[in-house]
Write a protein that binds this ligand. Sequence first.
Ligand code: FEO
Length: 172
Amino acid sequence: MLISQTMNEALNQQIGNEFSASLQYVAIASHFAAETLPELAAHFFKQAEEERDHAMRFVNYVVEAGGRAEIPAIPTSQAEFKTVEEAIQLSLDREKTVTEQINELVQLALKETDYITNNFLAWFLTEQLEEVSSMENLLRMVQRAGENNLLFVEDYLARHHGRKTAMPTAQT
Ligand code: FEO
């Protein structure tokens, strides 16, 4: 096995965190769909798929490294939101939390001089930069439009449909 038992357990925890993020985005997308905001719904269903992909990257890595991928219990997602802003603020907070979790995994990898896992985690650091940045932009856009003018946000997302991220980011 290329990773320590401690690292295996920490990576398993992150598998749960990524699946949890995926399910939270499904809940948010469903809420937007119910509120007849189809572009916001599509955007968050896509985010949910990306988070599932993140979870699977961790699963594949643990298996490849000779560890055991065990999926922890996933907490219930928040399903009701008073405003669109509240849902997107929650998403941003969750992305920041995931960033801290990835940072902690990097710290553990360095502490264990586990450079293979450290190298694996580098992709996630770049991904978190992009995701936090794009979610901050979406939040700002929703705040600027206001809850009564969300069709501006819908229109923007429709026009940028097909990009990896709907929002311009620091990297583009
Ligand atoms: Fe996979 Fe956006 O955290």
